[in-house]
Design a protein around this ligand. Structure first.
Ligand SMILES: [Fe+2]
Ligand SMILES: [Fe+2]
Length: 248
């Protein structure tokens, strides 16, 4: 069994025709550096199929599997299903409250993904109280986190990875205005991650002015891979395959 898995990740590439080709030169060498690539949402600017075709051109046909989720920008045109279809036609796996298992040699790498939603963090979070709009806002985040957590826990794999657009922790929002934290993530995503067995890595985007590194209350490493944060085509994280799974 593979001793470690190399996970490349980037989010918030916000592609349109004018930035086509920004990432591709670095991606051509990806196979020697990573076993799979995660795209953490906000792949387009306004969520149009035309922009999605730019994403397909940039991230399609790579030598490693590509697993993606959509971000809030990819929903803006109310054409998220068409956007996802364009990406799937290009060979990308697109998740939403669903999971997939990628075989890296003989190691099964499980990825569960959701866009997620806001709501805030401990001591400063929205609650399902008051106006219907407030209840709907809070309920949306709770329902996504619940369904996502079930998918994450159900993955039959050797290495388990969480892929969200919104952040599960405030740590990786450091640098963003405190006032907008409730629109950047939710503690409910961290609860879902910490409830699943042995999550090795939680990747997210969305917080362009945030920080790269954080940790869930349960100790899972969190990485904000928004392109404006990592400032390169992708970051690569090496995950150890649990010792019990490696041959003696
Ligand atoms: Fe973004
Ligand atoms: Fe976003």
């Amino acid at each position: 069994m593979t001793a470690c898995v190399r996970v490349a990740a980037v989010g918030d590439v916000h592609l349109d025709a004018d930035v086509l080709g920004r990432y591709r030169p670095a991606l051509e060498h990806l196979a020697g550096k990573a076993d799979l690539l995660l795209l953490a949402g906000d792949l387009t600017r306004h969520g149009t199929p035309e922009e999605a075709r730019c994403v397909a051109q940039e991230f399609g046909g790579l030598a490693v599997p590509v697993v993606a989720i959509l971000g809030n920008h990819d929903y803006h045109g109310d054409q998220q299903d068409e956007v996802a279809a364009v990406l799937r036609d290009a060979g990308l796996t697109v998740l939403e409250c669903s999971g997939t298992v990628v075989h890296c040699d003989d190691t099964r790498v499980g990825v569960a993904g959701t866009k997620g939603f806001g709501g805030g963090f401990a001591g400063a979070c929205a609650s399902e109280f008051g106006e219907p709009e407030m209840k709907a806002f809070t309920r949306h985040g709770r329902e996504l986190a619940t369904r996502f957590g079930e998918c994450l826990a159900a993955l039959d794999c050797d290495v388990r990875i969480s892929l969200t657009h919104y952040s599960p922790v405030p740590d990786t929002l450091l640098g963003e205005p405190l006032e907008i934290y409730p629109f950047l993530g939710s503690y409910q995503l961290a609860q879902a991650i910490d409830s699943a067995p042995g999550v090795a890595l939680a990747v997210h985007g969305h917080a362009h002015a945030g920080s790269e590194r954080g940790t869930t209350p349960g100790g899972v490493p969190v990485r904000n891979v928004a392109h404006p944060v990592i400032k390169q085509a992708y970051n690569v994280y090496q995950l150890s395959v649990p010792a019990a799974l490696t041959p003696a």
